[in-house]
Design a binder for this molecule. Structure first.
Ligand code: SF4
Length: 380
């Protein structure tokens, strides 16, 4: 039986988008481009990368993690604070992380959640301030309980041994990367043996991704918007697009395109998500084109249609009448509309907008999509 190891993944041959060890099994191009659960993306077995790094490299990563906490420039906010003494934009200190929920989760892509669920850890706080945040009760507030990296590691083991989950899925971890690194290193000593998923908005720094290299198996990055004016207005970040481009390239350089075992569950690689925004489908088209031309045409991508107005969208303007307008603002009068915030995205996305982005992705050469199966469920 051929065993796919991290060292082999590290030696990815980018010319065909798959691990070098799989290249000799690559079928003819005509077949290769119609089956994504086939060589070179099909693995017999998989050993998580964190179980393959040496104890010396693990010790180096530990000391780098502590150093970053004492002078935190780990994300593009570049706060430069000593997190043992004060907090930066993310509002999270050094000793503990704040966690909202830890549980087997069935709301992810089928290849991530599998049959038993993805062992999700939803971190409180975020380094972005998306006005439409679909998880704003978690991301914009400091709700939850405090856990040290060691306690976090114990939860990973419970998720694995009791929950039987397929992976540990770290949701919105960009602002707690040092603690996450420490937790993974501790968990490997406790017997963790399932892949680590890094589920990110892509507002990461290269330093942070370097620290994670060798510890993360699957990167699940969003690519949210394309125009700087949009990111400034809707994400409250000036440089999101440039950062996301650099981050996704770095993630792909580490783990390559998404690979699966024969059960259809992803084990290593990158899966990019794009949530199509109402009225912003042109930005989606540019994003998918850029991904195809600059990352990989074999990139797995999920073009998401579940946008719904939440968080600050559809709320009364501070200077408005004060009348409460629910997100979605159905049948709102012109006067009411004029008084709600972010009125332009105060509606669900239209399926025609989603289809336009999908068509642009296909035209650009992307072909590995997360999509509903003909039998009504999802392909797995
Ligand atoms: S992780 Fe937090 S403290 Fe560090 S630079 Fe980002 S926002 Fe600032």
């Amino acid at each position: 039986m051929r065993i796919q190891t991290a060292s082999k993944v590290d030696s990815v041959d980018r010319t065909n988008g798959g691990p070098a060890s799989c290249r000799r099994h690559t079928p003819p191009p005509s077949l290769r481009r119609s089956l994504y659960l086939a060589p070179p993306w099909l693995l017999d077995e998989y050993i998580p990368r964190y179980n393959l790094i040496s104890s010396v490299d693990a010790a180096k990563k530990r000391s780098q993690a502590y150093a970053h906490l004492r002078n935190c420039n780990l994300c593009p906010r570049l706060c430069g604070v000593n997190r043992y003494e004060r907090t930066g934009v993310c509002l999270i200190g050094a000793e503990t992380v704040k966690v909202n929920t830890i549980a087997p989760h069935f709301g992810e892509e089928p290849c991530i959640q599998g049959h038993n669920g993805s062992g999700s850890v939803f971190f409180s706080g975020c380094n972005l301030r998306c006005v439409f945040c679909q998880n704003h009760d978690i991301a914009h507030q400091r709700n939850g309980f405090d856990l040290t990296p060691e306690q976090l590691a114990e939860w990973y083991i419970k998720l694995q041994d009791v929950g039987g989950v397929h992976n540990i899925n770290l949701v919105t971890p960009e602002h707690v990367v040092p603690q996450v690194v420490l937790s993974i290193l501790h968990a490997r000593e406790l017997g963790l043996r399932i892949p680590i998923v890094y589920n990110t908005s892509s507002f990461d720094s290269l330093q942070s991704l370097k620290l994670l290299d060798g510890l993360v198996d699957i990167y699940l990055p969003d690519f949210k918007v394309w125009e700087n004016s949009t990111s400034k207005r809707l994400l409250k970040a000036d440089n999101y697009t440039a950062v996301a481009m650099e981050s996704i390239k770095a993630m792909h350089a580490q783990v390559g395109d998404l690979c699966f075992t024969a059960d259809g569950v992803a084990k290593t690689g990158v899966l990019v998500r794009h949530l199509v925004m109402p009225g912003h489908e042109d930005e989606g088209k540019k994003i998918v084109q850029w991904l195809a031309e600059n990352v990989s045409k074999d990139l797995m991508i999920h073009i998401m249609e579940q946008y719904f107005p939440r968080a600050h969208v559809g709320k009364p303007k501070r200077s408005g009448s004060g009348k409460v307008v629910e997100p979605g603002g159905v049948d709102a009068s012109e006067e009411t509309k004029a008084n709600v915030r972010y009125e332009d995205i105060n509606r669900p996305v239209d399926l025609k907008e989603v289809s336009a982005v999908r068509a642009a992705a296909e035209k650009a050469g992307l072909w590995r999509f997360i999509e509903a199966a003909r039998h009504g469920g999802f392909n797995i």
